[in-house]
Every structure is written in C-alpha cells, then in structure tokens.
Design a protein. Structure first.
Length: 274
C-alpha cells in the first residue's frame, strides 16, 4: 500500500512540475498600459468619506499641478475619468476649452479639472472619456439591523480603522499634503482597505435569517463592473496609453480586473510619486 501511495505522490509531483514548465499565456502579445490613479475627490462628493481640500486655494492647486507634471511623464494618449459616458461630449468640450486657455477658471473644480485636464495638457492628450455608472447602495445597513448574525467583526474592524488612522497621523506628525494623500491612496494596503470599508465589510452585516449586507455590497460591485465594461467600449488601439483617474475604491476594483485582463496591463503608480 505504501508503495502505491509513493507512486501516486511521485506522479502528482511530476504533473505539477510539468504544468509549471508549460507556458500559459494570459496577456495578448501587445497590451495597453493603464496608469490607474486613485484620487480623493477634490470637489463636492456624496461619498461617505471626504478629504478636507479647498479646490480654489492657489497653493493646493499648485500642489495638484506638480502631481500632474509627474503623471504626464507616463505620456498618456487618452484620459478616462469618473464621469458618466453621457457627459463625455460636454467633458470633451470643457477639456478643449482648457487646452486653449489653461488659465480659465471653473465654478466647481474637481480632480477632473485640476488634475486630469492638466495631465492631458502637459502630455498632449486629445481625447477624454467618462466611464462612471451611478448606482446607490446602503452602506449603513449594519446599523439598521435589529438582530445581527455577527455583532463582533464589523465593530472590531472599525476600531482597527481608528487605530490605523491615529497611528498614521502620529507618524506623519503634520497635516497631510496632497502628495501624502496620493501616496497613501495608491498603496496596495490602502486600496485593499478601501475595498473592505466600502464593500466587503458588508458581507459581515446580516441578520440571522438574511444576507442584507451582501445584497447591498452586490450593488456596489455591479456599479464597478459596469464601469469596467464602459472602459471596454472606448475605441482604444494597441498604441494607446490610458491615464485613468477615479476615486480610490473604484481604482481598487479595477486593479484586480486589469491584472487578469488579456487586453491591458496596469502600470504601477507609486514610482511616479517618489
């Protein structure tokens, strides 16, 4: 019996080794590079989490434009932004006006006007596209449940969030700059945190009889899936280079799909922030 077990083990190992030697191509021969930049919202936002930022403060604008110069070194050919596709034509018109007059002012500037437009201007980008899809979900569902199947994990996680926030601020020992925010937002650990805090922790929010949190999280997953589908509707060539700017949680979702996509490859953002 031991002899047969040994033979089976050896055959299994041999198959595994053979599988590792056989090439398994997951990407096309030529893929489209995507600089998937996670931003905080610089203008008005309905998001639960907001970053204090005055988009009309000349010093803050100067910081953002310094970032734009760094990102322009990626040499994008296309700007893809967190804006609904139905507004792409209006967005393009606004961008074209900015190219003619970079000193123009915006009534309600956001990261689109302050950062993306400047990246595009510096890099000579001609085309702008929106890929957002609007779908609300109840991220407060946990607090609305009368009975909870798990009354520990969700609350314990928020205590961990508070601890991490406190540790970060103590280590920084000053108010975060725009660069600080972007370095944090585009780190893997923080992007994973955003996935948790905005979606996956809802999988721990349910009553004993239901799956209330999971149904709400599915709505946010659906929103991001459709956003990625909208990206695939843009007429890109193999020679294009995409500057993708969205709120951090959307960027976090896109990381996993860009990694597995045969069409694209994600370019690391942090090297542009050193």
């Amino acid at each position: 019996m031991k002899k047969y077990l040994l033979i089976i083990l050896l055959l299994t190992v041999q198959q595994l080794v053979h599988a590792q030697l056989v090439p398994f191509q997951t990407k096309f021969e030529k893929t489209i590079p995507v600089l998937n930049v996670a931003t905080f919202h610089m203008g008005h936002t309905s998001d639960a989490t907001r970053t204090a930022f005055n988009p009309k403060d000349p010093e803050r604008v100067k910081e953002v434009h310094a970032l734009a110069k760094r990102f322009a070194a990626f040499k994008p050919t296309v700007l893809v932004l967190e804006n609904v596709p139905s507004r792409t034509e209006a967005l393009q018109a606004m961008y074209d006006a900015y190219l003619k007059n970079p000193q123009m002012t915006f009534e309600h500037p956001s990261e689109i006007e302050l950062l993306a437009f400047e990246v595009g201007r510096l890099a000579g980008v001609k085309k702008v596209y929106g890929i957002d899809y609007k779908k609300g979900y109840n991220y407060r569902i946990y607090g609305e449940l009368e009975k909870k199947a798990d009354s520990i994990t969700y609350n314990a996680y928020w205590k961990l969030v508070e601890k991490n926030t406190k540790n970060y601020m103590e280590k920084l020992n000053r108010e975060p700059t725009v660069m600080d925010h972007f370095q944090m937002n585009n780190s893997k650990v923080y992007l994973d945190f955003l996935m948790n805090v905005n979606a996956d922790m809802l999988l721990y929010a349910s009553s004993p009889e239901g799956n209330e949190g999971a149904f709400e999280a599915a709505k946010f997953y659906e929103r991001n899936l459709i956003m990625f589908s909208n990206l695939n509707k843009i007429p890109l060539s193999a020679d294009d280079r995409v500057f993708l700017l969205m709120g951090g949680t959307h960027s976090a979702f896109f990381r996993q799909w860009l990694e597995r996509s045969p069409k694209y490859h994600e370019v690391e953002v942090l090297p542009y922030l050193k």
